[in-house]
Design a protein. Sequence first.
Length: 402
Amino acid sequence: MELFSNPKFDFLGKKWPFVIASLALIIAGVVSLVSKGGPMYGIDFKGGVLISLRFAEVPPLDELRSMLGSRIDGEVSVQEAIGENEVMVSTELQSEEQLAEARRLMMDTLNERFGNAGANQADFNNAGAELIASTLRERNVALSDDEIDSLAGRMREFRDSSPRSGLLTSLDELSEVEGVTPEIVSAMKQGFSLAPFSIRSVEIVGPKIGEELRQQAIMATLLAIGGMLVYIAFRFEWIYGVAAVVAVFHDTLITLGLFSMTDREVSLTVVAALLTLVGYSMNDTIVVFDRIRENLKVVRRESFPALVNLSINQCLNRTVLTSGLTFLTVLALFLFGGQVLNGFAFALVVGILVGTYSSVFVASPILIALQGVLESRKKSRVVSAAPAKKAAIRKSSAKAVR
């Protein structure tokens, strides 16, 4: 499939707007990172307690900050999540004992302020399958133990599935679950009430483990880039490797800068996205470089910049189709993938856009500049060697005359 028939765009002639845009993004990202003391690491890297909450109505963020901050030592962060009425509550603590205590205080505070369970009632929105099953047994529901366990599991799955996402507003909704009769709904109403919030997840990571994971993530990224530099240096020439690695650093730095400017956390899934981005951007650059190498053997009359421009045009259909389809996929993941995959998808959306144009407007101009440096050095060596050759010729001529 060809979107362009024999394209002849002057990509290198239009490189400066993209170069200036890249410099502006890099400077803005570095300023943001420096002003904020580095990337905003997620719970995976810094350690602490992270609780994801979903409320039935707009959550009172200021009240949450005040309540939790007064009861938990250290800094407590309360931020709106991307999902509807969702909140992320996190705190960074320095010992395992503090983490366990902070988790207990968070749960107690939320239940005291927002829970509405009666004296003999549990909260269905935050109940597990075992509690649901035991409550049904206490209400003498006319089912076998296996049937009760199966029904409790289906109720929990129904509650946690979309569009409820862990939050029921009425226990009558359970009538939609297979096997739930009016008698069972009545028993559930006697045993449960509904709090206006749901705890979607609770994560606890020790600070030592977080620091080790952070170091390993940085090392993995640097080793990946270093390995690709070695591969390209052997496959092509060292100047090709330098150009490709600079382009990859360019892509990674812009992506991290945008994470900082948009106050997004860098987690393990984001590191996985960055490693994916490194491979994707490098592959796109190698495709262009490989075409340049082939054209060097065929098109000998063209100047090197013209040959590079020709090679980019020859790869244009492949670049648009591959990058375009990949971009549509990760864009759908970013829009509809939910909170857990949002950081991963955002990194890929940014990375594919930046990585695609960096192969053309960053790696290729750097390659041309390095090639120019090499050619100028060769010329200077030839010029400096010319007098010596002439002197040698004169000497040999003089000896011959003698």
